[in-house]
Each structure stands twice: as C-alpha cells, then as structure tokens.
Design a protein around this ligand. Structure first.
Ligand code: ADP
Ligand code: MG
Length: 253
C-alpha cells in the first residue's frame, strides 16, 4: 500500500531556478527510504514540498491515496482546501535538522501540544501517551525540563517523540544528526533504527551513508535537483551504476 507519493515535482526560487526538476518518489507502508546527495542538491526543498512547508510550481502530492496537490490544465500545482490540508498534515511528521522545539514549552508540552490543540484529542490520554513516548526515548526524567536544559541529542529525541505523538503514517527526517556533536549521533541513529524495526514508514535525508545502508530498504541519490540513481540500499552503496553516484560515494570515504 502506498503511503506517500510526490509526482513530477518541480520547484524554482526567484533567484534559484530548477532546484527540483521533475522528481518522483513513492513510499510503501513500512518502507524506509533514505535520500542522499551533495549539499545544495535540493533534498531539504524536496522534504519541504512533501510536507507542505513549501509550494511546488508543478507536480502532485498524495498521502494514502488522498490528493494533497495536483496539476491544473496549465500544469501548475493546485493545492487542496485548507481544511483538507489540515487533515493531511496529521498523516505525517517531520523531524528537522535543528530540532525546532518550542523553547518556552516544557518537554512534555512540546510533545502533547499539537495532539491536544490541533488533533483535539483527549488531554489525559495524550499526556499518558506522551509519557510513554518519553520513556521510549529514554527521557522519562525530562518531562518537566525545558529544551535549553537538554543536550542536542536529547532535544532531537524530544522532537522525534513530538512527531510520533501525532500518530503519523509516515515520518520525514531532514539530516537529523547533522547539528549534533559526533558522540551524540549514535543515540539518534539508534532511535531511528528501533522505529524501522517497528516498521515505521520513513523517509530519511542523511549523510550517514553506513546508517542509510543498514537501515534503509531503498536509497535515492539526488544531485542537481534530479534523482540520479535509486535502488536497493545495499547494492546502491556497494555497486553504484552512475558515475555521479560513484564520485559522490568516493568523496565520502
Ligand atoms: P540540500 O538540502 O540538498 O542541501 P536545499 O534544498 O536546501 O539543498 O537547497 C537547494 C538549492 O535551493 C540551493 O541552491 C539553495 O540555495 C536553494 N534554496 C533553498 N531554499 C531557498 C529559498 N527559500 N530561496 C532561494 N533559494 C533557495
Ligand atoms: Mg538540506
């Protein structure tokens, strides 16, 4: 079953043309797809378009078969109604590079705020679930702490818990470890690995190639706003076919 797809996505900025040039990705339930590629290749823009933070110029977007965006007759993207988009936004979670926690909210409030105020779920229930998520993230003792009192790795675990609290069908990660000191990346990669073991559907932009190889079913290599190569994670890394993929992987070694 297809959980998410973006079709023929194109995006230019005023001063930056063709950042995305006809990108299509489809993700099945339980699948883990990793996106790799050089800096500036359009990975964040792609995730921002996928999660409705940025509008595509052209292209389609589907969540569980529901249309979030499609092309009009002129080939320009049209978005669903605000009400429909609100529903669709409950279907996915996004974990940013820089955590993006609310600094003036406690850890528990960061996690429970959206399920209570946006999803209108019962407060007691959401708080109970929030505490369970904190336990799962190894942060049971941090419920009342504020983000500034936590390490980067702890803040990122809170932001993963916050995304999970919405009970999303799919989670997107944009370089979740790149703002962390090297000794803290392991704890985040372990959390993502455990989510993969629970068959969480995920799209992970990462430059941790070994991690991508281990955790992902599929790797998508993007350069210059196009998908240069994609395939089975193990074979794309051990036996890349395209010269640009080879050059990119060689540079990382
Ligand atoms: P990546 O995440 O792969 O490093 P990005 O998607 O962040 O790449 O950026 C791709 C290109 O789009 C870059 O050249 C970047 O400068 C440009 N870009 C991204 N966002 C904007 C924006 N809001 N306005 C103008 N240019 C942008
Ligand atoms: Mg980026």
């Amino acid at each position: 079953m297809e959980i998410f797809s973006i079709k023929n996505a194109k995006k230019s900025f005023e001063n930056n043309l063709d950042v995305l040039q006809d990108i299509s990705i489809s993700v099945a339930k339980g699948e883990v797809a990793a996106i790799i590629g050089p800096s500036g290749s359009g990975k964040s823009t792609l995730l921002r378009c996928a999660t409705l933070l940025e509008k595509m110029d052209s292209g389609e977007l589907y969540y569980s078969g529901e249309k979030a965006a499609w092309n009009n007759e002129a080939g320009k993207t049209v978005y669903a109604s605000p009400e429909k988009l609100r529903q669709i936004k409950s279907k996915f979670g996004l974990v940013f590079q820089n955590f993006n926690l609310f600094p003036h909210y406690s850890v528990l409030k960061n996690i429970t705020d959206a399920p209570i105020s946006i999803q209108k779920r019962k407060k007691d229930e959401v708080i109970q679930e929030g505490l369970v998520l904190l336990e799962k993230m190894g942060l049971s003792d941090k419920a009342d702490a504020y983000p500034f009192q936590l390490s980067g790795g702890q803040q990122q675990r809170v932001s993963i818990a916050r995304a999970l609290a919405m009970k999303p069908d799919i989670l997107f990660f944009d370089e979740p470890t790149s703002a962390l000191d090297p000794e803290l990346t392991g704890e985040i990669l372990r959390v993502i690995r455990s989510l993969a073991a629970e068959h969480m559907t995920m799209v992970i932009v990462t430059h941790e190639i070994e991690f991508a190889r281990n955790v992902a079913d599929r790797i998508i290599f993007i350069a210059g706003g196009v998908i240069v190569e994609e395939g089975n994670a193990e074979s794309l890394i051990s036996d890349p076919q395209n010269d640009r993929t080879k050059a990119f992987l060689n540079r990382l070694q």
